[in-house]
Design a protein around this ligand. Structure first.
Ligand code: FNR
Length: 341
């Protein structure tokens, strides 16, 4: 069941990449052009840091998969691309491994094919502390992601309907592991209130993973005969909205959800993200063109991000937060409603 679900998720996420593009609020964020702001390319670095983590680049391959033979091959190929480019990478939910340890190899490839890279293990918010330790050990993981996905679970035919234990369990896990803990959504966003709660629970960072890219309610509706929860499609807030909303909470933020190109990366960094992830888009590239295509895409993104930083006068990704940015349209209305200057 679990292996079939993992294959379904990949198939439907790719279908979505081809047929469905959500409203993307990154289009409502633009840089004010200052024609003499530019610096010299050698002055620019791509390094970023947050919560004691230092990455050579501010782009990462976000959580996706593992748990079936097919998705094990995908993980192997994602890990190979990560190793060639130095881009950090997260596993998919390791719940499948907790239920059936015989699929361990479909996750282990992330470390085997990326021995020196930054690898993040991904679990859900009901994982026991013992299982979290097993996951970290299996991948020799450098960090932990805990995903929170109430909209997905609600739309999922076999989904969880008990969410009350999630916050206390996150707190328990955060206190029990010695790697940084990042809590992430899966494409519906994290509000200011949620991020403030996460800070109180002792997590190190939050990945807002907002609306506008892969839509898991839509995916789960695609796995239902009648798509009964179609009204949840498009639920939540975009990554841009979340960064603006939760920027003042003091918890380091990462951004993902609907990131399409290096300009979206720069926009998210300018809105305060310490690093920016993509899942569905990178998966599409991999399945269309194999490892060489994904390596080329990652290298192009990093090159073009450095070019944008050069033009905008930002020596580091963090310096992009000093750039003048215009917020328009529905995102501007969101800011007004939420009392954001
Ligand atoms: C995901 N995502 C995800 N997230 C997570 O925390 N655990 C998981 O197991 C998965 N599984 C998964 C499978 C597939 C096929 C995709 C495409 C995505 C969600 C992912 O990490 C991210 O939050 C969302 O996909 C939004 O980013 P994009 O796809 O719009 O870049």
């Amino acid at each position: 069941m679990s292996a079939q679900r993992k294959d379904d998720h990949v198939r439907l996420a790719i279908e979505q990449q081809h047929t469905h593009r959500g409203v993307n609020q990154f289009d409502e964020v633009s840089f004010v052009h200052h024609a003499l702001a530019g610096i010299d390319r050698p002055q620019v670095s791509l390094g970023t840091s947050f919560a004691g983590v230092t990455w050579p680049v501010p782009v990462y391959i976000n959580a996706m998969t593992g748990g079936s033979e097919k998705t094990g091959v995908i993980n192997r190929d994602l890990a190979t691309a990560a190793a060639e480019t130095g881009v950090p990478i997260a596993s998919g939910s390791m719940n499948a491994y907790f239920k059936d340890p015989s699929c361990a190899h479909t996750f282990q490839v992330l470390r085997e094919h990326n021995p020196d890279g930054f690898v993040i293990a991904n679990v859900n918010a009901t994982a026991s502390v013992e299982n979290v330790w097993r996951a970290l050990e299996l991948l020799r993981a450098n960090a932990l992601q805990i995903h929170i996905n109430t909209a997905q679970e609600t739309a999922m035919p076999e989904g969880d309907r008990s969410f009350g234990s999630w916050a206390p369990q996150i707190e328990k896990i955060a206190a029990a592991v010695d790697v940084p803990v990042i809590v992430k959504e899966v494409g519906n966003g994290l509000s200011r209130q949620t991020v403030a709660q996460l800070k109180d629970l002792g997590v190190a960072a939050a990945d807002v993973s907002g609306r506008g890219g892969t839509d898991f309610a839509r995916i789960e509706n695609g796995r239902r005969e009648l798509g009964e929860y179609a009204f949840l499609n498009g639920w939540g807030q975009s990554a841009a909205a979340c960064l603006l909303d939760a920027g003042g909470t003091g918890l380091p933020l990462l951004a993902s959800g609907g990131v399409r190109h290096p300009l979206d990366v720069a926009r998210a960094l300018a809105l305060g993200a310490r690093a920016v992830g993509s899942s569905g888009g990178f998966l599409r590239t991999l399945l269309d063109g194999g490892v060489p295509a994904l390596v080329a895409q990652l290298q192009t993104w990093l090159d073009q991000l450095a070019a944008l930083q050069t033009m905008l006068g930002a020596a580091t990704p963090a310096d992009l937060t000093g750039c003048d940015v215009l917020i328009e349209g529905s995102l501007r209305e969101f800011c007004a409603d939420r009392g954001i200057d």
